[in-house]
Ligand binder design. Sequence first.
Ligand code: ATP
Length: 206
Amino acid sequence: MQNKIVLFGGTFDPVHSGHLQVADAARRHLNAERVIFIPARRPPHKSEPPAASEQDRMQMLRLALNGWKDFQVSDCEYHRPEPSFTVDTVEEFRRRLPFASLVWLVGADAVKDLPRWHQIDRLMALCTLAVMYRAGYPKPDFTPCKPYFTAEQIRRLQEHIVPVPLLDISATEIRRRLACGQDVEGLLPASVLEYIRSRGLYGCRR
Ligand code: ATP
C-alpha cells in the first residue's frame, strides 16, 4: 500500500490548538502516516503579510509539534520566492516522495476561493484536496464550485470532506486578544505562548 502523507499549509501566525487538533483528527480519518506542516512565506489569498517573521512562525511550529510523533514541519516554501503557491509545493513533494499518496488539507473557509487557486487543475492532478469542517463556516459544499470543475473533480472533493471537531479558534482572534492583553489560555500550546511573550510578538508585553 502507498504511504499517505497529509500536507498542511498555512500562515501559522501563530500556530494554535485548532491546527493541532484538526490535523490529528484528519490524519486519523484519512488513515495517513503523518502530517507535514508547511508555513507559507506569504499565502496568495491573504492581503496582509504575516504579523510574525518567518523565523518566529517556524520556531513556534517547532515548539508546538514537539511531542507529536506523527507531525513534522517543512520549510520548503521559505526557499522559494513569494507568494507561496500550493501547486509548486505539492510538485516539490511529488518529486521527493514519488510513490506517496499526497493529500493537501484545508479548512472549510477555503472552499469559496478554490476555483481561483493558482493552477487548480494541475494541483488536483498532483494530489487529493481534503476539506475539513471549520467552526463558523458552513459544512463544505461544492455546489457553487460546479461551473469551475469537472464532475469527476467535484466527486473527488466530496469524497474527501473531513469531519473534524468544530473548534472555534483562529490566529486572527489570538492576535487580537494578545494585542489587548486578553486571556488566550487553552487556545495555543503553553510553549508557544511563552515564546510569544518572551519575544513580545503580536503587541504582547514582555
Ligand atoms: P488567520 O486567522 O490568521 O487567517 P487561521 O487560524 O485561519 O489564521 P491559518 O494558518 O491561516 O490559520 O490556517 C491554516 C489552515 O488551517 C487553513 O486551511 C485553515 O482553514 C485551517 N484552520 C485553521 N484553524 C482551523 C480550525 N479551528 N478548524 C479547522 N481548520 C482550521
